[in-house]
Write a protein that binds this ligand. Structure first.
Ligand code: FMN
Length: 172
């Protein structure tokens, strides 16, 4: 049923520490409020990431471009409960400025979030995070994405099927 909402953008939710980071791929990320700046992410109850976020009360939403597709696939198919998946990835985990969860250097934005609410929604936990700091790369200027030169990753439909946005812009 939820497949009818796709394609959706794909992100990395990062928890853990710089020494032992745990990135998890997530499509179910949603903006919620400008003031205060809030976003939400739905994380399956069985995910290792859920346990980490419940403990440390913060997380980072990292914004990947298509170049990171292989890493995004690893983060979305391996559980940190079983393996140190960060070692299988080619990205660099760096300290965030305001939260304990690390950021990813190669991502075009890292939104540092502190958990303000946890809601049980069916088989997922919906974590509401206040965005307390953002760092970004050249793909963003004044908060605006450069959709000509950068391909933001999107999940086309279930499984290993990805796409990215067109650089066409329509003005109604
Ligand atoms: C493209 C893609 C999108 C995903 N989106 C979500 C999501 O929004 N929420 C979720 O709980 N799991 C999602 N998953 C599944 C988790 O990323 C996957 O189960 C992961 O291995 C969990 O890692 P962890 O156990 O280390 O937390 C997605 C997987 C892929 C490949």
């Amino acid at each position: 049923m939820l497949g009818h909402l796709y394609p959706l953008r794909t992100y990395l939710v990062v928890a853990g520490t710089v020494e032992r980071p745990n990135p998890m791929t997530a499509d179910w990320v949603v903006p919620l409020s400008f003031n205060p700046p809030l976003l939400g992410v739905a994380i399956g109850k069985t995910r290792h990431t859920r346990k980490l976020i419940e403990k440390q009360k913060d997380f980072v939403i990292a914004v990947p471009t298509v170049e990171l597709l292989k890493d995004v696939w690893v983060a979305g198919t391996v559980s940190g409960a079983k393996e140190n998946k960060a070692e299988k990835m080619g990205v660099t985990f760096v300290p965030s400025e305001k939260v304990s969860s690390p950021s990813i250097k190669e991502c075009q934005a890292n939104l540092e979030c502190r958990v303000v609410k946890e809601v049980e929604v069916g088989d997922h936990i919906f974590f509401v995070g206040e965005i307390v700091n953002v760092t970004h790369g050249d793909a963003f200027e004044n908060g605006k994405p450069n959709t000509k030169d950068y391909k933001f990753l999107m999940h086309a439909f279930t499984g290993a099927n990805f796409t990215c946005q067109s650089d066409e812009v329509f003005n109604p």
